[in-house]
Design a protein. Structure first.
Length: 460
């Protein structure tokens, strides 16, 4: 197979990344912008960047992803992209009529040093932004950071451009969604509704990237956080950020701008992270946890207890985004599994500290790494040194799965060789139950397929 030359030998590397566990900043900015109702993401750079970002999202979600580009040529690369962007803003409002254009930069426009604030100002001055319409932006130089950085930058941009504090405070809780699937956002909203809390979830890609086929073509789907909701986030009484890497910067900016206090917690993947989310929502909204949610929790515990012998001691290798990996690794430890190898291409101390804290007592032999050198090659090297029972991560792990004959659970971004990941949640107690069942099935199916014939059991 493709990776047959990977060996168990550890290589000291300073300047080489092989099969990175990340993608580029604008992909995240584009994804976050799609969570605003009536928003057209705009890529300020060359056409190739925009095509790549759109196709990365389309291939994962199996949905059309609309976005425009400044279409840089040699001329704009030399003289700057001002005239391209001003013209683009004019044409986009005339032809597509979005509520908001969300501009993100690319490596090229960042290297040139285009001042997007000044360009937006020029477009307004020249009358290219109709009344009641918005043009927002964030900087996403992709030679630093990852798609998670880009996502975070665009979410912070939403705060910068929209959140407004007025004397009229509202009894609402802001829920800032980290990078998760539309199904997860739908589940978060269901849980908030079940708890009878008033929340503003943003960005919100449900009903944007999981839309039904109706036979009618619409440029902008019905989902997404609306502009009035985004403006109102400045009057909410509290903010809960879900996922440190994707949302903490936005939480801080909202507190600084509108004095809305915040708590940053992990995305509610697994038992303990969901407990923390439900408790935080209950505490800050001042509402009790309803029996219906306690029962969902009970069903998850029952499933774990019934199948603990299958989970126990299984060695797992994982890769992906830190906001997903931290609660996921914690969940695997809750299941008495052994997450032994973990890599994320997104750099940051929070990941390293969280891994140390979660793994130090239960899986002291675990190896984890974050940043540019934390790539799929490194993960494969570790697996060659001592094998694992299960892989959890995006599509890029399928080569390791095939080479090493290890079952793979697809989770994260991108998943481009299977469908439906935007439909079934992994958050909340229901999501944790889905996840535990997936793990269980992967382990048992592998056992059925590979054990000696005399060991095949009808009932397991
Ligand atoms: S890494 Fe830079 S040049 Fe490459 S697609 Fe992303 S923004 Fe464009």
């Amino acid at each position: 197979m493709l990776l047959r030359h990977t060996t168990a030998e550890d290589h000291e590397r300073k300047a080489l990344t092989v099969n990175p566990a990340k993608t580029c900043q604008p992909v995240g900015a584009m994804y976050a912008a799609l969570g605003v109702h009536g928003c057209l993401p705009h890529s300020h750079g060359s056409q190739g960047c925009c095509s790549y970002h759109r196709s990365a999202l389309t291939r994962h979600f199996k949905e059309p992803v609309m976005a425009s580009t400044s279409s840089f040529t040699e001329g704009s690369s030399v003289f700057g992209g001002l005239s391209n962007l001003v013209q683009a803003i004019d044409v986009i409002f005339k032809v597509y009529n979005p509520e908001v254009i969300a501009i993100h930069t690319t490596c090229l426009s960042e290297t040139i040093g285009d001042d997007i604030v000044q360009i937006i100002g020029k477009a307004k001055e020249d009358g290219h932004v109709p009344d009641g319409k918005y043009v927002i932006h964030c900087n996403t130089p992709s030679y630093v950071g990852t798609h998670i950085t880009g996502y975070s930058n665009m979410v912070s941009g939403l705060i910068r451009y929209f959140s407004t504090a007025t004397p009229k405070k509202k009894n609402a809780i802001n829920l800032i969604a980290g990078w998760m699937e539309p199904s997860d956002m739908r589940e978060i909203k269901r849980l908030a509704k079940e708890m009878e809390t008033r929340t503003i979830l943003f960005p919100d890609m449900s009903d944007v990237l999981d839309t039904p086929l109706t036979g009618k073509t619409v440029m902008f789907p019905k989902g997404g956080t609306t502009i009035p909701e985004l403006i109102a986030t400045g009057d909410s009484k509290f903010t809960i950020g879900l996922g440190n890497y994707s949302t903490e910067d936005a939480c801080v900016k909202l507190e600084n701008k509108c004095k809305v206090k915040y708590e940053s917690i992990e995305i509610p993947i697994g038992l303990k992270a969901t407990d923390r989310f439900i408790q935080a929502l209950s505490r800050h909204a001042n509402v009790p946890v309803p029996d219906s949610i306690t029962e969902e929790r009970g069903r998850l515990i029952d499933l774990i207890a019934d199948n603990s012998k299958y989970f126990y001691g299984k060695r797992v290798a994982l890769w992906g985004d830190p906001d997903t990996l931290i609660p996921l690794v914690e969940f695997l430890v809750t299941l008495d599994m052994k997450p032994v190898y973990i890599v994320t291409g997104t750099p940051g101390k929070h990941f390293d500290e969280s891994m140390t804290e979660i793994l130090k007592d239960k899986v002291p032999e675990a190896k984890f790494m974050s940043g540019e050198r934390a790539d799929m090659f490194q993960l494969h090297t570790w697996i060659k040194q001592q094998g694992v029972d299960l892989l959890i991560g995006n599509t890029y792990g399928k080569y390791i799965a095939r080479d090493e004959n290890i079952p793979l659970i697809r989770l994260g971004f991108p998943i481009v060789d299977r469908a439906g990941f935007n439909f079934f949640p992994h958050v909340g107690y229901v999501g944790a139950t889905n996840l535990a069942i997936k793990i269980l099935h992967a382990i048992l199916e592998h056992q059925d397929a590979t054990c000696l014939e005399e060991k095949v059991e009808l009932q397991m």
